[in-house]
Design a binder for this molecule. Sequence first.
Ligand SMILES: OC[C@H]1O[C@H](O[C@H]2O[C@H](CO)[C@@H](O)[C@H](O)[C@H]2O)[C@H](O)[C@@H](O)[C@@H]1O
Length: 621
Amino acid sequence: MSRLIEDYGLIGNMVTSALVGRDGSIDWLCVPRFDSDACFAALLGTPENGRWRLYPTAPVRRTRRRYLPGTAVLETVFETDDGAVALIDFMPPNATEHRGELIRIVRGLSGRVEMGMEFALRFGYGRTVPWVRRRDYGLCAVAGPDACDLVTPVPLQGKDMMTVARFTVGKGESAPFTMAYYPSQSEPRFIEDRSIVLDRTVRWWRDWVGRSTLPEGGKEEWRDALIRSLITLKAMTYHPSGGIVAAPTTSLPEHIGGVRNWDYRFCWIRDATLTVYALVNSGHFEEADAFRLWLMRAAAGDPAQMQIMYGLGGERRLTESEITWLPGYENSRPVRIGNGAHEQLQLDVYGELIDALHAARQSHLGSFQAAWQFQCTLLTALEKLWRKPDAGIWEVRGAARHFTYSKMMAWVAFDRGIQAVEQYRLDGPVARWRAVRAEIRADIEEKAYDAKRNCFVQSYGSHSLDASLLLMAETGFLDPADPRFRGTVEAIEQDLMEDGFVLRYRPEDTDDGLAGEEGSFVLCSFWLVNAYVLLKRYDDASALFERLLGIANDLGLLAEQYDPKAKRQLGNFPQAFSHIGLITAAQNLLQAAGPAEQRASRDDAGAAPVANDRAAAAPSE
Ligand SMILES: OC[C@H]1O[C@H](O[C@H]2O[C@H](CO)[C@@H](O)[C@H](O)[C@H]2O)[C@H](O)[C@@H](O)[C@@H]1O
């Protein structure tokens, strides 16, 4: 299939999600969970790999689409010479780990439009053709552990290993379809009136959005983009356990035709904690608490065995393998499932986690006694680990090295531990932690600073830049007024910017163990917005933010990367990282003291911003 990545919209039920093309074809759906096998995999193959298409049979003159405001309900309007229809796609948020529904309603808006339907269900990532039986309500399809009903009053027919239909819809009429999936050994569930479920789903999303705390004022488009990103992050949470996926897709390429294709349908501690951070800053505490409990269960046991990522239920074995029968998006092979990164050492996750738990503590979330004991154990493990080379935030598959960002986040981990003792009178070996914190700082300042260029570098002894260094002030490691921060930002602008967007690093300068190139990394450009805010370069910050809003698709969705030459999105879609970046940058631009400034100044959440008090908080340094 050669639809652009940005031609897709996302619908979801906080257990799984689907990608709907602007032509009305659902080309990606994994059931029952985000990380289950896909039953529609045309996204990474051909229509024979499974899809569900609803379309006007006459030529479409114009297509427009939008989410119903404040919801994840997608409406696509097709205009033909015979009239116009709206296709409404959504997944009710009452799904479980075993069952869920995808609902499609075709509504006549004007004239009389003939519609076609093609339903090709292929379990097992596009390979397994189910056994399909006719029912008075539609059809029932079964293959191995999976079953699915298609419930509709529209007459269905079998053709070429698919189910097809032709029907017409006049103004004011509608044709509903429910795809209900469940384990094949159980009974199908009663299907409710679709318009009642639609109303309930719309209300559910609007109630959720209504609980957000949004910055006052600012441009309407910025606020709309922020709300869309919040909804998109919420759609990536896995309600049964509190886990959060990095993205709901696998193997959308970082370079068309290349090998940089990864499975993101798992819970990375880094991505999830940053998601929680963005949600908490927007008033959504429930997700944070659910994630904290998920984390305590996932990482329970020997801290030396803590992984950088887990399955949605906390599963540890995420063995990477290839789906050889799928040709890949625009022939970008291999299509991978599982992710070998789960076995890597990535030191930054300790800092991200302890920083997020610190932020949660400042927001007075839940019971923190268990979380505090857990953090103390992590710091004990990190005391032994922080000197080791690692795979870094970008999960390089080349040789391990001493990444500056990893060391800085180890500094953050001890720093937040010390703050917890100082500010909340928690019990911990603070003198020892202060000594480790000072040792890490000295190590970084000695080995990762290029005095000639006045900038920090990607790893000890290297001359390459890395966009993660944009966070040096936001994490509190450097004062925003430190000339070395300004120097680092300027060096990144010179070395890593292409056509106005930021690369995470230059693959030609960084042995990441992989062939080929990649696009600019969307999150990194948002980090530059935040760095500009901290440097008080507000015009540059707004201009870059606007440019970034311009690369989102018409629905406000962002993939992991963007190719500024080809002007198209790349990588898994939509990606939590990109939407986290958008939310945080919007808050930094719209609030007098946004999250970057609060984090940089280590201000207590909710309190008035104060000047950076690093010297006072870190007397031993
Ligand atoms: O580019 C190599 C690596 O790419 C993926 O990692 C990226 O996505 C992760 C999930 O969003 C994110 O946490 C990480 O920072 C990114 O570099 C992939 O998952 C890795 O297996 C791969 O080595």
